[in-house]
Design a protein around this ligand. Structure first.
Ligand SMILES: NC(=O)c1ccc[n+]([C@@H]2O[C@H](COP(=O)([O-])OP(=O)(O)OC[C@H]3O[C@@H](n4cnc5c(N)ncnc54)[C@H](O)[C@@H]3O)[C@@H](O)[C@H]2O)c1
Length: 261
């Protein structure tokens, strides 16, 4: 238990990677706030974690693009648990189009959730962490935060921006003992994003089967497989704990080496 008695907030924790991170932080001993725009799912995840990991949880309806709701998330966390040690800014969306076909409202929505949402959560949490003179902020970024993404410009722009934000607030907050880092996962080939949407889209676009789509993506990875939740949560726990106490402003690739190809 490397995070015993820490208090963590995970945004977008109602499913997918956020759910896996919330569960892992609890397994490592943390109390966890499960925040999501899907309150029903957040409640189910929080209940499951409490039952299985015997840690305290709090489910909250929070839209990370709404400053008032983010303030409320932070206020309720402090009321319930007394402090905030870890923020994992995970909530993110992906809407992909070729540049000349890109609707302005989709562009704005992606920047709003992926970049402004991270800014709002980090700002509000940092106010509490500054008074504690300790804390850790972790952004879930992407390999698309370091390398352009085909027909996916808004997502890549939002994630590149997230690395600029990570580095800059790491500088602002270092004097207060607060560390800020990002994790850049590769393709989570078993996540709902892929299973419910991307395999289908790419299979149709390229005229191949979903299995062939998966194989194509696995072949892009030097280590020969997709990224798993555990690959990412291992690094999140490392960044959240004292073993990374000399690291701030970093964006760590968890890609099986894919960014080198
Ligand atoms: N799936 C992948 O292959 C992959 C790869 C690299 C990085 N990532 C990143 O990991 C993170 C999680 O991705 P995922 O695949 O688990 O996504 P997902 O769509 O499965 O889950 C995202 C969660 O965020 C919530 N959410 C969406 N908008 C929100 C908002 N405005 N406020 C609060 N919650 C909101 C959703 O309700 C959902 O529960 C994202 O930041 C994504 O960019 C994913």
């Amino acid at each position: 238990m490397r995070l015993r008695d820490k208090v963590a907030i995970v945004t977008g924790a109602g499913q997918g990677l956020g759910e896996a991170i919330a569960r892992r932080l609890a397994e490592e001993g943390a109390s966890v706030v499960v925040a999501d725009i899907d309150y029903q799912k957040a409640r189910e995840v929080a209940k499951g974690i409490t039952e299985q990991c015997h840690r305290r949880t709090l489910a909250l309806f929070t839209d990370v693009t709404d400053g008032a709701q983010v303030r409320d998330m932070v206020k309720k966390t402090v009321e319930e648990f007394g402090r905030i040690d870890i923020l994992v800014s995970n909530a993110g969306i992906l809407l992909a189009h070729e540049i000349t076909e890109f609707p302005e409202e989709d562009w704005r929505r992606i920047i709003d959730v992926n970049l402004t949402g991270y800014f709002l959560c980090a700002r509000e949490v940092a106010r509490v962490m500054k008074s504690q003179r300790s804390g850790v902020i972790i952004q879930i970024n992407s390999k698309s935060g370091k390398k352009g993404s085909y027909k996916n410009c808004a997502y890549a722009a939002s994630k590149f921006g997230g690395i600029g934000l990570t580095q800059s607030i790491a500088l602002d907050l270092a004097p207060y003992g607060i560390r800020v880092n990002a994790v850049c996962p590769g393709n989570l080939l078993d996540s709902p994003l892929w299973v419910n949407s991307l395999y289908d889209q790419y299979a149709k676009k390229w005229g191949i089967s979903k299995e062939e789509v998966r194989k194509r993506y696995e072949q892009q990875v030097p280590l020969g497989r997709g990224c798993t939740y555990q690959d990412v949560t291992n690094v999140v726990v490392f960044l959240a704990g004292d073993e990374s106490s000399y690291m701030t402003g970093q964006a760590i690739n968890v890609t099986g080496g894919q960014e080198m190809r």
